[in-house]
Write a protein that binds this ligand. Structure first.
Ligand code: NDP
Length: 289
């Protein structure tokens, strides 16, 4: 944590553009208040041309760290001193930590996903299938592999990003990995093996509770845990349909809370109360939905 005197607050925050609808501030500040930590989380609207100056400003003011969201997750990397292993493999940074004067890039999205599965399924030896190959999919796939999954297969419409993710998983993690194309309703039978965890890491369902992931649900065994990265609305059609089939489900709200909790841990050393954070997030999402 940054050096403190009695009148010096710990400063954290977020750099993104646009920044107006970022609900993270509500849950992080709720945790700081709950734990009586003299810390702030400032939601900063930073345009891409101002990113370098914003990073220098955070260093100059002794911030403990900051989140990066659209459009800075890739661009921030050139301003950092080092990358954590998973951030390097994912190729994107959503959390920067100021440690001993050095800027360290982390990616907490996938770590949040893995944490959100706790108590539901153990990834050790699990066969995971990730739908999509964008930023969230890369984070989920890499962290699932690093957490000990036996296989992490990637299903995506665009072959290029999907295959390059598969190459990273094969070369840099202990998991096996295959790519499958996605044209029309996906049958998990094309993978040729059982699936323990299926993750929607596409934006299908964001802001639309009826949006349907093109998937043949009959191919999803009831023993499969179905997870969705979509935080709002959290009970997506995919999760409702999977529950109706008897599958256990994990929503994207838990992932969002867990990745913010991990950021708080990295910045302050505090183990925050995630129930407090989730309640604050649900209130904030209710306000902006
Ligand atoms: P990207 O734009 O980087 O990637 C989106 C991916 O979804 C691409 O692979 C894209 O495929 C695929 N996709 C989009 N629409 C469809 C479709 N109709 N059918 C099949 N594939 C589709 O987005 P992100 O990965 O950054 O974000 C994805 C979602 O994850 C967002 O909704 C975001 O809210 C959520 N998220 C949640 C987090 C949480 O903590 N809960 C954290 C981070 C993200 P193609 O290349 O073929 O277009």
């Amino acid at each position: 944590m940054a050096a403190q005197g009695p009148f010096v607050s710990t400063i954290t925050g977020s750099f993104s553009h646009p920044a107006g609808d970022n609900p993270t501030v509500a849950m992080v500040e709720a945790a700081y208040r709950h734990h009586e930590l003299d810390a702030r989380y400032l939601n900063c609207d930073v345009r891409d041309v101002d990113l370098a100056a914003a990073v220098r400003g955070a260093v100059a003011m002794g911030w403990a760290g900051f989140n990066c969201s659209i459009p800075h997750k890739l661009a921030v990397i050139e301003h950092l001193d080092e990358l954590a292993e998973s951030a390097g493999l994912i190729g994107a940074v959503n959390c920067v930590v100021l440690r001993g004067g050095r800027l360290v890039g982390e990616n907490t999205d996938g770590q949040g996903f893995v944490a959100s599965l706790a108590g539901v399924v153990d990834l050790t030896g699990a066969r995971v299938v990730v739908l999509g190959s964008g930023g969230a999919a890369r984070a989920v796939a890499v962290e699932s592999a690093l957490a000990g999954a036996l296989s992490v297969d990637v299903v995506s419409r665009s072959a290029g990003p999907g295959r390059s993710l598969v190459e990273v998983l094969r070369a840099r993690t202990g998991a096996t990995s295959e790519h499958a194309g996605w044209d029309g309703d996906l049958s998990l039978d094309v993978l040729g093996h059982d699936v323990d965890v299926l993750v929607n890491a596409t934006p299908i369902g964001l802001g639309d509770a009826e949006a349907r992931v093109p998937l043949d649900l009959a191919s999803v065994p009831p023993s499969c845990v179905v997870a969705d990265v979509i935080p709002n609305p959290p009970r997506t059609r995919l999760l409702r349909d999977a529950s109706a089939r008897g599958c256990r489900t994990v929503d994207g709200l838990g992932m969002l809370v867990a990745q913010a909790a991990h950021a708080i841990r990295l910045w302050t050393g505090l183990e925050p109360d995630q129930a407090v954070m989730r309640a604050a997030l649900e209130r904030a999402l209710g306000q902006i939905a």
